[in-house]
Each structure stands twice: as structure tokens, then as C-alpha cells.
Ligand binder design. Structure first.
Ligand SMILES: [Zn+2]
Length: 101
């Protein structure tokens, strides 16, 4: 089952400007194995354009800094998850376009 978390505010993707008010497939809290609510500094991927973003202090979304992007890429397991998720999102939208035409 896909876990979803509703975000307290309504941030928009800095790239495609779409509203991103929910988080799918959040990380799991290792203490109680419940979906983790994102916090400032967490990585997020736009489910429309696959842009990598970072949650800001006020839980908005911003492009990662070069330093943040380096840190994310240095975590090989996390980077693999991001690449996989981006591929799944691209596949989803491609299949949807195909269906809708
Ligand atoms: Zn986007």
C-alpha cells in the first residue's frame, strides 16, 4: 500500500510550479515504522517534473544548493532511490499521455 502524508502548507514545485500538498512514499521512522513526516532539509522529488527539491525551514520547497545536492548524491542508497523514483514518475506520465491520446 502506498503511504501518503498531507503537508501542512501547500508548497509549489520551484521548477514546474505545480501544487505539491502531499508526500507519497515517505521514509519510515525506524523507531515505530510509521511514515515519517518530512522536516526542513528533507529531500523531495516533484511527482510532475521529477525536480529534486529540499524542504525549507517554513516547509516550502526550494532547489537544492550545490552543497545539498552533493550530500544527497554521496548517499548512494538514497541516490539510487531518487533515480528509480524519477524513472517511475517519467514512465507514469508517458503511459498516461499514451492512454489519453
Ligand atoms: Zn515540478
Amino acid at each position: 500500500m502506498m503511504q501518503k502524508i498531507q503537508l501542512p502548507n501547500s508548497p509549489h514545485c520551484p521548477k514546474c510550479k505545480k501544487l505539491l500538498d502531499g508526500v507519497a512514499l515517505p521514509g519510515m521512522d525506524p523507531n515505530n515504522m510509521t511514515p515519517m513526516t518530512p522536516f526542513p532539509g528533507c529531500v523531495n522529488i516533484c511527482c510532475y517534473c521529477t525536480q529534486i527539491m529540499i524542504f525549507t525551514a517554513d516547509m516550502g520547497l526550494a532547489y537544492p544548493t550545490q552543497e545539498e545536492l552533493r550530500t544527497v548524491k554521496a548517499d548512494r542508497a538514497l541516490w539510487r532511490k531518487i533515480m528509480l523514483y524519477q524513472a517511475q514518475v517519467r514512465h507514469f506520465w508517458k503511459a498516461k499521455r499514451h492512454r489519453d491520446n
